[in-house]
Structure formats: structure tokens, C-alpha cells
Design a protein around this ligand. Structure first.
Ligand code: GFB
Length: 322
């Protein structure tokens, strides 16, 4: 059997590069990527022409504008516009090129701020969103609905997975714009090296988050993509088609900070900066649907943080000055 041609959009990002690593090892897949110079995903005509010229069998839509709580607050226009345009361009172009199978990667911030915990897929659109990342969340909700609408109107098989907070090799370690886990790894590492007496953690330390290693996310995505149509359809609904991807376990930001202090060997004091936003109080996914579809996470948090810290050390030089 000829290998299927699989396009990974966003292959330079943390999730896209993990997907490429895993898909490259599969004998039945020929992985195709396009650099930003070759293909601007914000350019509708270019995306449409690229899909028309390439006979892809499957598309992983992992391209997105992402960032932590402060980046979302500072660049809301970039977050909503870029994500909406990338999704719209790729989904429509995939359909026009007669590609039947696509997997859209979203985010757990699609759920209402006060959703029941753990959050089931059914809590989508049942309440008001967390304001710190509402524009990004709206774009990700639109991505799910784009996929569902092409399925309903054109009988496509476009699926969606909603990861909890991701981390791992290839993450963004920017001091202000990154997510909490890479930000604290870098800050605690620097403090351990300089012998600083205090490390500042944003917010109150009480919000709870669930963290998933990106290699787990890539494995779950491939698992969901590879399910046959009947299996996927039996556990989802046409207008509630997304699948949560998480570990089923959360911890407080204070607990995460303690873990990172011990991994980096930092022995000084922790202080909390209440002038920074906490964001949503708790974000834990209900992973029943994914478990029923046959996948559970494999990488415990302590192991994943140690792995990410090793990667950070290997690539540390490239982060200096940014
Ligand atoms: O990871 P984070 O930026 O994203 O922040 P969200 C999580 C929590 O960690 C917040 C606290 O309560 C932060 O105040 N925190 C403590 C820090 N120290 C730091 C730090 O140095 N940097 C950062 N960034 N946070 C994001 C959304 O929300 O989650 C995105 O903004 C996306 O849209 C992503 O959905 C998964 O979990 O609050």
C-alpha cells in the first residue's frame, strides 16, 4: 500500500514538531511540511493553490498564534485574527482539494470560566469565557465549528482535539510571553545559577492547571486521527465533535513552582506577585471520551518537567537576549 501523504501545518511549533517526530517514524505516512517562506498560512490564495497542487490524504492543523496569559492580554487582535484566518484558509482549502481527513488542534480555554470541573466536552458554549484569553478562545471555538460545518454540509471527516496546557521540548521560554511552566523553568534556573534569594511567581499561586507533555499530545492526536470513522462517530456528535486531551490530574501554580524549584536545584524563597492576573481559577479536562476512544497519557509531570529542563539546557544559548 502506498504511504499516505500527511501535511503538518505549524511544523516549527512545539506541537507540530512533536507530530513530525512521531509521524516520521510511521511506515505508512509520508510527512510534508512547508516553511513560512514557502507558504504563508495567512494568505488565502497561496494556501488554496498549495493544497490544489499537493495531493494530501490527511492534514494536521497545528499552526496557531499561541502564548501565555500576558501575551493574550497584550496582543488580543493578533490572537483572534491570525487564528481565525489560518483555520479558515486551511479548512476551506482542504475541502476544495477534496481532502477527507483533517485534525484541528484547539485548546482547553474554549470552555467557560466557571465550567464544572473536570470539564466535559458538553460544557462548550454553556457560559461566559475567561476574559484574559477570550479572543483566542473564540477563534478556537470557530475552528471546531468550521470542521463540524464541513462535516455536516459536505460529509467530510474533520475532527478536533482540545489539549490542556501543553509543555515540553520546543516550548517558548520567553520571560513575559510564554506559558507558566517554561517561564518558571527559565526563571528558577537563572535564580539557581545566580544564587538569587527570591523568585517571583505571578498571581496568587492558587489557580489550578493540568499540564500535558507535548509528546503525549502528539501521540493522542495521531491516535484520534487514525481511528476509523465509525469509532470516532460513535463517541462524538455532529455538533459536539471535539475530544479533550489531558492527563486527568491537575496541580496548583504554587505546587508547580515547588516542583520546578526542586528540578532546577533552587533553594531560595518563593514570592507571589498579586498584581499579575490569575486567569481562570481551575482548568481540568474530563478525559472520559478520550479514554473510551482508547488513549491515556503516559508521561507523569515530574518526568516531563525533567525532560523539558534537559532540552532547555541543550538549547539555552538560543534563548539568550529574548
Ligand atoms: O500558563 P499561563 O500563562 O496560562 O498561566 P493560562 C497560568 C497561571 O500561571 C496563571 C500563573 O495563574 C498565571 O498568573 N503564572 C505564575 C505565570 N507565574 C507565571 C509566569 O511567569 N508566566 C506565566 N505565563 N504565568 C493560557 C491562555 O491561559 O492557557 C492561552 O492564555 C492558552 O490562551 C493556554 O489557552 C493553554 O492557563 O492562564
Amino acid at each position: 500500500m502506498a504511504a499516505k501523504r500527511v501535511f503538518v501545518a505549524g511544523h516549527r511549533g512545539m506541537v507540530g514538531s512533536a507530530l513530525v517526530r512521531q509521524l516520521t517514524g510511521k511506515p505508512d505516512a509520508e510527512v510534508v511540511t512547508a516553511s513560512r517562506d514557502e507558504l504563508d498560512l495567512l494568505d488565502q490564495k497561496a494556501v488554496s493553490a498549495y493544497f490544489a497542487d499537493n495531493a494530501f490524504d490527511e492534514v494536521y492543523l497545528a499552526a496557531a498564534k499561541v502564548g501565555g496569559i500576558q501575551a493574550n492580554a497584550t496582543y488580543p487582535a493578533d490572537f483572534i485574527w491570525q487564528n481565525l484566518v489560518i483555520e479558515a484558509n486551511i479548512v476551506k482549502s482542504a475541502h476544495d482539494a477534496d481532502i477527507d481527513r483533517l485534525l484541528f488542534l484547539g485548546s482547553s480555554c474554549i470552555y467557560p470560566k466557571n465550567a464544572p470541573q473536570p470539564m466535559p466536552e458538553e460544557s462548550l458554549l454553556t457560559g461566559v469565557l475567561e476574559p484574559t484569553n477570550e479572543p483566542y478562545a473564540i477563534a478556537k471555538i470557530a475552528g471546531i465549528k468550521l470542521c463540524e460545518s464541513y462535516n455536516r454540509q459536505h460529509d467530510r471527516d474533520y475532527r478536533s482535539v482540545m489539549p490542556t496546557n501543553l509543555y515540553g521540548p520546543g516550548d517558548n521560554f520567553h520571560p513575559e510571553n510564554s506559558h507558566v511552566l517554561p517561564a518558571l523553568l527559565r526563571r528558577f534556573d537563572e535564580a539557581a545559577h545566580t544564587g538569587a534569594e527570591e523568585v517571583v511567581v505571578w498571581g496568587s499561586g492558587t489557580p489550578r492547571r493540568e499540564f500535558l507533555h507535548v509528546d503525549d499530545m502528539a501521540a493522542a492526536s495521531i491516535h484520534v486521527m487514525d481511528l476509523d470513522h465509525e469509532t470516532y462517530a460513535a463517541r462524538t456528535q455532529p455538533m459536539l465533535s471535539h475530544v479533550n486531551v489531558g492527563t486527568g490530574v491537575d496541580c496548583s501554580i504554587g505546587e508547580l513552582a515547588q516542583l520546578i524549584a526542586s528540578v532546577t536545584g533552587y533553594e531560595g524563597k518563593l514570592t507571589f506577585d498579586a498584581s499579575k492576573p490569575d486567569g481562570t481559577p481551575r482548568k481540568l479536562l474530563d478525559v472520559t471520551r478520550l479514554t473510551e476512544l482508547g488513549w491515556t497519557s503516559q508521561i507523569p509531570l515530574a518526568e516531563g518537567v525533567a525532560d523539558t529542563y534537559a532540552w532547555f539546557h541543550e538549547h539555552e544559548r538560543s534563548f539568550r537576549g529574548r
